[in-house]
Design a protein around this ligand. Structure first.
Ligand SMILES: *Cc1c(COP(=O)(O)O)cnc(C)c1O
Length: 340
């Protein structure tokens, strides 16, 4: 095994030893297989390739200071994958099978789990695809569910620091009655141009308003949004937002810290009233927002004048990390020890 510089890992793919797979054929799931191949043998007419019948998930395994390896709220990922499967007319992966495959792939790749001190983690990527050869749009007969892992460094190179965002009106990542609430590749394909545009303008990411009225806050790139004001955690309610496990957890932790929690429509102008704002998701956990610019109106909503994360975002970040790493008591039963 080549020496890995755990401290300088980027967020990307690194080959590990094993992945786990399970095929759905003749209306049922087969045996779970352990595989050391990185590639998937697939028909060129597979439904996933042409009509986007694919769903994915993302979670992490953490090497903890007590030496154990933990995963975080995988039942939530299983439930979300099931919702996505229903939305795209794919067979659901049962929660028990999902957890068994997560645990197996993490254990099989133990030597790829970065040490605690590095700040890096083992990213776990479940993928569900329709593999039957087909021309003509209808659901696949057969499916493949595969989980692979890759050690990853922090999502944003700066770590826990603030970033600038820009509101886009020229692109939508999803529609109100579309697939925004599902974790499907098509939403990401739809976001590539907006993301490139934002980067060209010098921003860390694009910021979406609701597709219908362009009035309300939707998502920050591929992360959920939250704002903090008057001791309240506010996050958007929208049918085109992906229900983030991180956001759901932060809402609970905010409540635990004595904050009020509101999930509702947030008009763009309300951004001016937030004391802090952040983007949240498994990859970045919390990425505090420095400011959000609106090129159409010329307005700039600034949440951090000195570029530092706000006190409540920092508190929430430290709290969730401490639970994920088994440092603080897991009072909500969110973690599972995969390796003792
Ligand atoms: C995965 C994802 C998130 C974050 O969800 P987590 O469960 O917190 O990782 C947010 N928005 C989009 C569009 C996503 O795909």
């Amino acid at each position: 095994m080549e020496k890995i510089d755990w401290k300088n890992l980027s967020f990307g793919y690194i080959k590990t030893d094993y992945n786990v797979r399970c095929y759905y054929r003749n209306g049922m799931w087969g045996e779970i297989e352990t595989c050391s191949e990185e590639t998937i043998p697939m028909h060129m007419a597979a439904v996933c390739l042409h009509y986007g019948q694919e769903a994915f998930e993302g979670l992490k395994a953490y090497r903890c200071p007590d030496g154990k390896v933990r995963v975080f709220r995988t039942e939530e990922n299983a439930a979300r994958l099931q919702a996505t499967a229903r939305g795209l007319m794919m067979p659901e992966v049962p929660t028990e099978m999902f957890n068994e495959m997560v645990d197996r792939v993490v254990r099989l790749n133990e030597r790829w789990i970065p040490p605690y001190e590095s700040g890096a983690t083992l990213y776990v990527r479940p993928l569900l695809i329709g593999v039957s050869p087909q021309v003509g749009v209808h659901p696949s007969e057969d499916y493949l569910f595969v989980i692979f892992v890759s050690p990853v460094g922090p999502y944003f190179k700066g770590g826990f620091a603030t970033n600038p965002y820009v509101i886009t009106r020229d692109y939508d990542r999803s529609a109100p009655l579309g697939t925004g609430c599902y974790k499907v590749g098509g939403n990401y394909a739809a976001s590539l141009k907006a993301n490139q545009w934002a980067h060209e303008q010098g921003y860390s990411c694009e910021f979406y308003l609701d597709a219908k009225e362009k009035k309300y806050i939707d998502e920050c790139g591929a992360a959920n949004f939250f704002g903090i004001k008057n001791n309240t955690y506010v996050t958007p309610k929208s049918s085109s937002i992906l229900p983030s496990v991180t956001n759901k957890s932060l809402m609970q932790l905010a409540e635990d810290l004595g904050l009020k929690v509101e999930r509702r429509q947030i008009p763009e102008e309300e951004l001016a009233t937030f004391e802090e704002a952040g983007a949240c998701g498994t990859a970045a956990v919390i990425s505090p927002i420095q400011r959000i610019d609106d090129p159409e109106t010329g307005r700039s909503y600034v949440f951090s004048k000195d570029g530092k994360p706000g006190p409540i975002s920092t508190k929430l970040y430290n709290k969730i990390i401490a639970i994920q790493y088994g440092i603080e008591p897991d009072v909500h039963g969110w973690t599972r020890v995969v390796i003792e």
